[in-house]
Design a protein around this ligand. Structure first.
Ligand code: HEM
Length: 162
């Protein structure tokens, strides 16, 4: 594939591009707490979005856990849209802000729509925060699900690879 020039709208997301690996902790009022390993890859194809691919594994067994794929769509005015889909039958559309910082970038988004397949667990609302500080990416996730109000579900800390 030829070297593709970055679309100018993606400029603020440059600190996210590449592969990240690390570990995280999960909790929710309705389940037992858990630990996981995570791989996140952000890439571009010269168009005005950044593609995201996430895989996680259970810490002890190494068995696959949650996964998701989607697109970060920067709008050029400091705002951003995310569209994400999950094999658990959940799709999220979120909007929010991109903030450039001295050490990287922060993306903070809240759902404008969450849709669940008929057999999926019920999720009404989500919020996500991605913070790049140098070679570290911190991800946090909140959800209103299973009748609970918006509550923290996940935090992970990932290191840039390569
Ligand atoms: C790093 C990503 C994630 C990991 C490792 C993860 C892991 C888990 C685990 C281990 C459970 C408990 C067992 C189970 O029900 O499977 C769980 C429950 C759940 N997760 Fe996540 N999850 C992740 C992301 C998400 C996301 C993005 C959503 C929603 C958009 C979500 C929604 C839920 C729901 C609704 C439950 C069920 C809670 C219940 O049954 O009471 N999770 N998650």
């Amino acid at each position: 594939m030829p070297d593709l020039e970055l679309h100018p709208l993606n400029a603020t997301l440059i600190p996210l591009l590449g592969e990240w690996q690390g570990s995280g902790e999960g909790a929710y009022p309705t389940i037992d707490s858990f630990s996981y390993g995570e791989i996140l890859v952000f890439g571009h194809v010269g168009k005005p979005f950044v593609a995201m691919n996430q895989r996680t594994r259970e810490r002890e067994s190494g068995l696959p856990l949650h996964a998701e794929a989607g697109y970060f769509r920067p709008q050029g005015d400091g705002t951003i849209e995310l569209v994400l889909s999950q094999p658990s039958g959940i799709v999220e559309i979120l909007t929010g802000t991109i903030t450039e910082t001295e050490a990287g970038v922060e993306v903070d988004v809240s759902s404008v729509g969450v849709h669940t397949a008929p057999s999926a667990k019920l999720v009404r609302e989500t919020r996500r925060r991605y913070v790049v500080k140098g070679g570290t990416l911190t991800c946090d996730f909140w959800m209103a699900a299973m009748g609970e109000p918006l509550t923290h579900h996940l935090t992970s800390s990932l290191i840039r690879q390569g």
